[in-house]
Design a protein. Sequence first.
Length: 243
Amino acid sequence: MGRLLFVAALAPVFATVLALVVSMSIARGRASGRATVTAVAPLLYGGTAVGFAVVAGATVGFDPEQLGLWPAHRPVLLVVALGVAGVLAGVLGYLGELALADRAAPAGARGTPVGTRAVRGWATSPWALVALGITTAVAEELLFRGFLLTGLRRDLPLAAAVVVQAALFGLHHGSFGWRAMPIKAVHALVWAGLAVGAGSLVPALVAHLVFQLLVCRRLVSRGSTTSAVRGGRDDRARSAAAV
């Protein structure tokens, strides 16, 4: 269960680092706590996840089998087929999350979960948002469907191992609100199924990357629309003032 405890520590470590950064920012009078969270939380999370993934890899000597990366006696065609299924899973997961969770609070609404606000704040820098999304997806897959699930399968029945990693993955996304946690857990169940079926992390990674890229595309599109609306309001205000 050492792998479970290690991955479970990711969230509190990230929260601690973020709290320290916010405290130092406020102490120096540079920004409010909310503004600091919006600006740096996604970057700090991505960096923390990558750090954990590197440490996890180091503890097993970066052995591909220990990280669930390479097919374990599976035909290559099966891995490819499940990779294609991963694309479909990523698209369906995105559409399902959009329908069930994302409309709970419109952009900028009061009460929007802190994680959602922070990610939306990055929408004005599309390439940075995409790079962050890809990095986070790779790190999370290595940690949850690779390092963690591979370890749990040695100590628990397969079904239990899949459920435990899914539950932890859902809890891990608590900053996106209570509605997001069960949806993230469902993602984890599907992606774990792809990884187990292929004996490789590749299909799950494909699904996660497709999902992340679609989310990034929508955030950038929404950010552009919001900016255009605000720009139109500013133009009308200036016209009224001129009159």
